[in-house]
Design a binder for this molecule. Structure first.
Ligand SMILES: Cc1cc2nc3c(=O)[nH]c(=O)nc-3n(C[C@H](O)[C@H](O)[C@H](O)COP(=O)(O)OP(=O)(O)OC[C@H]3O[C@@H](n4cnc5c(N)ncnc54)[C@H](O)[C@@H]3O)c2cc1C
Length: 433
């Protein structure tokens, strides 16, 4: 796909065209919801491809396609599941038929599999054999405390530093929030738990793409948008937004003015720093965290879940895919500036121990996403604007979308997709109501 992908959209002057800036998950989700309701949609994406921080590409070094980073969703992510169903891609995701989380402790060589029961009543914590090794029943009350955590508390303040914290809650919190427990928001972590584990094991079943992120989340969405008449323009960076009185009147793209019609509106679905550049008066999260992904070109047994959590080392999660074994380190600010070679050399022996592999370092690609997500701290949470920021501040035809807006979730696929459909609903309500 290159340059422009278009099929003439029937222009509906009464409803106006929606101009969507950014073709990440938030922009795509907004586009699908709007085009599905017959609204003319034009999407502008700065890059040569869609997907933003959730995409796949061919890596020459490894000689295969990889994802920019390992992504995992949960069965309780209802907006993500609805999105996949809407674009006909639900079957492109796979995972175990029940919730199971294999763990390996690098410090003690212990292995265990966390297997919460399916229903809401968490009777699994009553059975010593189902609990995390070395934990006591009383510690599990921490889960209830997280669900009621105050907005200002850090994860560490709520979970403490006992065995359950070290062996379960920290790894889950760091990957869900992309923030260390000392600074991560306990309230946001509680929100994630309330939509997954607290609803029972059936909501905590993990799903990963069978082939790649683009094959699951991006390409089918683009195909659906195009068949619905949306125009999609790649390599079109919006560099300015013109405003007159209470409306956006034009977008500036490559030095040219794209005027908006009287009934037109804008969904701004770009990352937070870009939104701030385009709308300087907007308050956005301004602290970010890194994610490190290390892809090894080798094969391994996927095990019961297709991934494993490692504790006590640098590696946090290892995913076994058809062509690569892929490691994720979240909240990676502390190591992100180390040379790629030394990171790969430190991680490979941990992977070998966890997956019973041996041999020299295989071909490897180290992907450093320095601004992977906003830092999910209480202070950053307060800086997230709601989608209606434009309407509230006198810009009647602009809504915001993106994982950094006030979704009530950390920066996730679920949050991004919800933000896009929420933005679309608001525009539809303006015209339908
Ligand atoms: C390494 C990594 C691992 C992750 N793992 C998980 C996971 O396991 N589970 C999970 O749920 N989430 C995960 N996430 C988070 C998830 O990927 C993001 O929350 C989500 O993709 C954000 O989507 P978005 O549309 O809000 O933003 P983006 O994906 O950033 O999309 C914004 C789009 O706007 C475009 N753009 C920027 N500027 C302009 C401009 N001026 N004009 C036009 N277009 C512009 C960009 O090119 C981009 O395509 C991970 C993220 C990373 C980076």
């Amino acid at each position: 796909m290159s340059g422009q992908r278009s099929r003439p959209a029937s222009r509906d002057e009464a409803q106006g065209t929606v101009h969507i800036v950014g073709a990440g998950l938030a922009g795509l989700s907004a586009g699908l919801a709007l085009a599905g309701r017959g609204r003319p949609v034009v999407l502008y994406e700065a890059g040569p491809a869609a997907g933003g921080r959730c995409r796949s590409y061919f890596d020459r070094e490894l000689g295969c396609r990889i994802d920019n980073g390992n992504h995992l969703i949960l069965a309780g992510n209802h907006a993500a599941i609805a999105y996949l169903e809407a674009i006909g891609a639900r079957a492109t995701m796979h995972g175990p038929d029940r919730a199971l989380f294999p763990f390996f402790d690098l410090a003690t060589n212990e292995r265990w599999v966390l297997r919460p029961n399916r229903g809401r009543l968490p009777w699994w914590v009553l059975l010593p054999g189902r609990r995390v090794p070395g934990t006591r029943l009383g510690e599990y009350l921490t889960l209830a405390r997280l669900l009621r955590a105050p907005r200002e508390a850090s994860v560490r303040e709520v979970i403490g530093s006992g065995p359950l914290a070290r062996r379960l809650l920290e790894p889950l919190a760091v990957s869900a929030l992309n923030a260390r427990p000392e600074v991560g928001s306990a309230w946001l972590f509680g929100r994630v738990l309330s939509e997954s584990l607290a609803r029972g094991g059936s909501a905590a079943v993990t799903l990963t793409p069978r082939i790649g992120l683009s094959e699951s989340f991006i390409d089918p969405a683009l195909a659906r948008l195009v068949s619905g008449g949306a125009q999609i323009h790649f390599s079109r960076r919006v560099t300015g937004i013109e405003i007159a009185q209470d409306r956006v009147t034009a977008l500036i793209i490559a030095g040219e003015k794209v005027p908006l019609g009287r009934g037109d509106s804008v969904v701004l679905a770009v990352p937070a720093p870009v939104a701030k550049t385009l709308l300087p008066q907007l308050t956005v999260p301004d602290a970010f965290e890194a994610i490190l992904n290390v892809h090894f070109r080798t094969r391994a047994e996927p095990g019961p879940a297709g991934f494993m959590a490692l504790i006590g080392g640098l590696t946090e999660w290892v995913f076994v895919k058809p062509e690569v074994v892929s490691v994720t380190v979240s909240a990676a600010e502390r190591v992100i500036d180390e040379p790629a070679e030394s990171l790969a050399a430190a991680i490979w022996p941990e992977v070998c121990r966890a997956l019973d592999l041996a041999g020299p370092l295989p071909p490897v690609r180290v992907v450093k996403e320095k601004r992977a997500t906003f830092a999910a701290t209480p202070a950053q949470e307060r800086r997230r604007p709601d989608a209606r920021w434009g309407v509230r501040t006198g810009l009647a035809n602009l809504v915001l979308a993106g994982d950094w807006t006030a979704t009530g979730l950390p920066a996730t696929i679920e949050g991004a997709i919800r933000s896009g459909s929420h933005a679309a609903e608001m525009l539809l309500a303006q015209t339908d109501g």
